[in-house]
Structure formats: structure tokens, C-alpha cells
Design a protein around this ligand. Structure first.
Ligand SMILES: O=C(O)CC1=CCC(=O)O1
Length: 94
């Protein structure tokens, strides 16, 4: 199942710098592990915003929820999920 997910990040201004660096490093490693596994298909920066637009390919809603819930940055994110269906004009779909 394909999902488009927008993640808006808002870190506290007074977040301690070591905690901030550790959280961002864990977020990157977590994301890249899931990219290597094929579940996190792509990640794009939204221009001019501390936000990303990502595509996930996961078995079901519960798996996407598990992935998002365990993001190290989850407590500092506003997340919007859009389930995707095939478009009838997509030439790649045949
Ligand atoms: O968009 C960001 O910077 C937050 C994020 C999600 C996965 C990642 O590596 O960074």
C-alpha cells in the first residue's frame, strides 16, 4: 500500500544541542534503514520549510502507524497521511 506522508518538524527553541544532534542522527539512521528495506520509498524536502514529503510502500495501515510512531522526531512533528491509489492516466501502470 502506497502512502504520501508530509512531516512538519518543529523542534523546541530551547532544546539542548547534544539532545538535538542525537535525535537528528537517530532520525536519519532510522529513515535510511527503512529506505534500504524498501518501505520508505523516497523523501523530499519541501522547499522553504522544515518539512518533508515522503512516499511509503508498506503492507497495511498498522505498519505505517508503527513506522511513524517510532520516528525519533515523532514528538516534534505534525504528520499528514494521504493514501494513494493508481491514477487511470498513469502510463507506467499500463
Ligand atoms: O524532514 C526532516 O528533516 C525530518 C526527517 C525525517 C526523516 C529524516 O531523515 O529527517
Amino acid at each position: 500500500m502506497l502512502f504520501a506522508v508530509t512531516m512538519d518538524v518543529a523542534l523546541p527553541q530551547d532544546m539542548e544541542s547534544d539532545l538535538r544532534a542525537d535525535t537528528l542522527a537517530r532520525e536519519k539512521a532510522y529513515s535510511q534503514d527503512l529506505q534500504r528495506a524498501g518501505e520508505w520509498v523516497s523523501i523530499w524536502r519541501c522547499v522553504g520549510q522544515y518539512s518533508n514529503l515522503s512516499i511509503f510502500d508498506v503492507r497495511d495501515n498498522e505498519r505505517l502507524h508503527e513506522i511513524l510512531w517510532n520516528l525519533p522526531l515523532f514528538p516534534f512533528m505534525t504528520i499528514q497521511v494521504t493514501p494513494l491509489a493508481q491514477h487511470p492516466s498513469d502510463i507506467a501502470a499500463g
